[in-house]
Design a protein around this ligand. Structure first.
Ligand code: ADP
Ligand code: MG
Length: 261
């Protein structure tokens, strides 16, 4: 147990009379990249929102170190946990550098950005390969460019935890690889951890240190990728027949077909 673990303790959420999360317990440690996978509607985004302190569980709680997340002041929580939503809205026609600068809000006061803030913004632009986009109006970006700019905004806040809801969706293969490197590099820095939901099981297999499989609001596997993404678990979670096969650069998940019945 570490001072900076992020811990879900029996987190349950009910919406519209339906159980969405049925008492989830999981511990996330700095240094690890955890992928949360599962079929549509399994509760992945809901769990991530609870872990980010953006949704209060109906029962159970999330703690960061020894503090209940919801007891932390909003700014303090925002400094420690960066959250990247699945379909981020970009409401204003600002340039990318300004958007990324908004990521400094938990640090900066009303007086505007300090020199340290500007350095963090520049570093985030470099890491996400968006320096060339700095002067572009965010509303004119492609989906993939916008995704990178929004990742830069989160990184500019220099959080200890990065919680991202399907951060690779909408990125072309080259930028997916860049993002994978970036997320792994982030988690490798002292005191940092990554928790993300992923759609692509092959990416989960290769990117994550650990995979949590959610199904119907419950954890049905929580282990190292190869131990979690077994044919039995994939059959149960997705109703598919799948096999783990050897690829050139590592194991792959081969989708064989729908399971009968
Ligand atoms: P995932 O990210 O795994 O696709 P979500 O966490 O987004 O799943 O949603 C889990 C379930 O909660 C889904 O079945 C969804 O329809 C349901 N849900 C989400 N928001 C609400 C709501 N406001 N009222 C009722 N059900 C909801
Ligand atoms: Mg989702």
């Amino acid at each position: 147990m570490s001072e900076s673990d992020l811990v879900a303790d029996n987190v349950a959420v009910t919406l519209g009379g339906r159980s969405i999360l049925a008492g989830i317990s999981a511990r996330f440690r700095p240094g690890e990249v955890t992928a949360i996978v599962g079929p549509n509607g399994a509760g992945k985004s809901t769990l991530l929102a609870c872990l980010a302190g953006l949704r209060a569980p109906d029962t159970g709680r999330v703690t960061l170190g020894h503090a209940p997340l919801l007891a932390l002041a909003h700014r303090e929580r925002a400094r420690r946990i960066g959250f990247l939503p699945q379909t981020p809205e970009v409401a204003w026609a600002v340039d990318v550098e300004t958007l990324v600068g908004l990521g400094r809000t938990p640090h900066s006061g009303a007086r505007g950005l300090t020199e340290a803030d500007r350095l963090a913004v520049r570093a985030a632009l470099v890491r996400t390969h968006t320096t060339d986009l700095a002067r572009r109006d965010v509303t004119t970006l492609s989906g993939g460019e916008r995704a990178r700019a929004l990742l830069a905004r989160v990184l500019a806040g220099e959080p200890a935890w990065l919680l991202a809801d399907e951060p690779l969706a909408g990125l072309d293969p080259g930028h997916q690889l860049d993002a994978v490197d970036l997320l792994r590099g982030f988690a490798a820095e002292s005191g940092h951890g990554v928790v993300m939901t992923l759609h692509d099981l092959g990416v989960a297999l290769r990117l994550a240190d650990r995979v949590i499989v959610l199904q119907g609001g419950s954890v049905i596997a929580d282990a190292a990728p190869l131990a979690a993404l077994t044919p039995e678990v994939l059959a149960r979670a997705y109703g598919v027949e799948a096999a783990v096969v050897a690829g050139t650069a590592g194991p792959l998940i081969e989708l064989i077909g729908r399971r009968d019945g």
